[in-house]
Design a protein around this ligand. Structure first.
Ligand code: GLA
Length: 389
């Protein structure tokens, strides 16, 4: 009897030991699997004329999404995401090599700074002192000037966690660079997550009062086929109002209702359905090239717009903390720039949703302020999230 009892005790002890070892193994496996889900890889991409080395980082998750980012301009050179059949294809316009980006690029995929979009005549005042910025778009300043944040080499560092891969880019813009006061210490962190979202966190501090308005200038074509236009892709924007512009694309100051205009994207509408309408604002923009005044400005990081390609089934949702979004329908693309997949980028083969404060804010006192003081921290977050339906 005693022997049987002892035998049973030993048996159950052995069972417990085996079980706990198995559980540990399972846990170990789970952790390694989690770590394997996201990855980041670094490769050389080229060299700038002054010898600056440019790297390309590839962020990958296990849901079929891959994002390539280069340290020149913090440019997103590729975003591959699955269509409704599960086939991953590139959905952002760009080039295959550095020379092309340096030669001529309409800001394909780049970080825009210090100021996203236009400042009238390149002039603004702070505390009674007038500043003159580089004038690089007719009579206006556009996207940070002649050598904006899209044309500098950023310092990169990587970080991976169980469910994310992040690339942190840092650039120190000197006092009076392109005419802007204050040394601006800027960080942009791109984070790819398992849910096929890419976060962009923009942070900056200054040593003198200045202005700042950062964004990303990716051109999307959700079809994955850059020989197609985006006119059949469907857009919705959570905005009751937009900013009409003058002939040089500077906001007039009026904040207009979208109701009963081709600017009403409150219900999903294809980009092309009204783009040729007989409308003064569409004519001024050569299509859509305007800032929408987003709803829910007090709600922080929220869904502000959705784009959908009925053919591939790809969906892009945009979330932001910003009050505005510049929806640009690729009107200046004219079939001269070479496409990654061969051929050229024709008119309206990509659209941009540039989350930002409003253009020309430094000169329009009714617009939300873009002033950054030395004791403050600029922080702005935008997310591109992909799915299918
Ligand atoms: C922005 C502007 C456009 C155009 C593009 C780049 O979105 O609003 O007018 O300059 O950048 O080509």
């Amino acid at each position: 009897m005693k022997f049987i009892k002892q035998f049973l005790y030993s048996l159950s002890f052995l069972g417990i030991v085996i079980l706990s070892v198995m559980c540990k193994d399972e846990k170990k496996k789970e952790v390694t699997q989690k770590i394997e889900k996201v990855s980041i890889e670094k490769n050389e991409f080229g060299t700038t004329p002054d010898g600056g080395k440019v790297d390309r980082y590839t962020l990958k998750n296990s849901s079929g999404m891959t994002v390539d980012i280069i340290t020149y301009g913090g440019i997103i050179t590729s975003i591959k995401v699955p269509n409704k059949e599960g086939v991953s294809e590139d959905v952002v316009l760009g080039y295959n090599n550095l020379d092309r980006y340096m030669e001529s690029s309409p800001y394909f995929g780049a970080i825009i700074g210090r100021y996203g979009n236009r400042i009238a005549k390149g002039k603004f005042s702070l505390d009674g002192k007038e500043y003159s910025l580089a004038v690089n778009n007719g009579e206006n300043h556009l996207h940070g000037g002649i050598k904006g944040f899209d044309k500098v080499v950023w310092k990169a560092s990587e970080e991976t966690g169980e469910y994310y891969a992040a690339l942190k880019l840092v650039y120190l813009s000197k006092d009076m660079e392109e005419g802007y006061p204050g040394g601006l210490n800027t960080t942009v962190t791109y984070t790819l997550k398992e849910d096929n979202s890419l976060d962009m966190l923009y942070e900056a501090t200054t040593d003198k009062k200045t202005i700042v308005n950062l964004t990303n200038h990716s051109y999307f074509n959700l079809s994955g086929d850059f020989s197609k236009t985006v006119l059949d892709q469907v857009l919705s924007l959570n905005a009751d109002k937009y900013l009409p512009v003058d002939n040089t694309l500077i906001p007039t100051g009026e904040i207009a209702e979208v109701k009963n205009t081709p600017f009403d994207f409150r219900k999903p509408t294809s980009i092309g359905s009204r783009i040729e309408a007989d409308d003064d604002q569409l004519k001024k923009g050569g299509g859509y090239d305007h800032c929408w005044v987003l709803n829910g400005q007090d709600k922080g990081h929220r869904l502000i717009g959705t784009a959908y390609d009925p053919e591939s089934g790809r969906v892009l949702e945009v979330f932001t903390t910003e009050p505005g979004v510049q929806f640009y329908s690729g009107n200046f693309l004219d079939g001269t720039l070479p496409a990654k997949q061969g051929g050229t980028y024709k008119k309206r083969s990509g659209f941009c949703l540039e989350t930002q404060h409003y253009p020309d804010s430094p000169n329009q006192l009714d617009f939300p302020s873009v002033v950054l003081n030395p004791e403050e921290k600029y922080s702005s977050k935008t997310t591109y999230k992909f799915s299918t339906k």
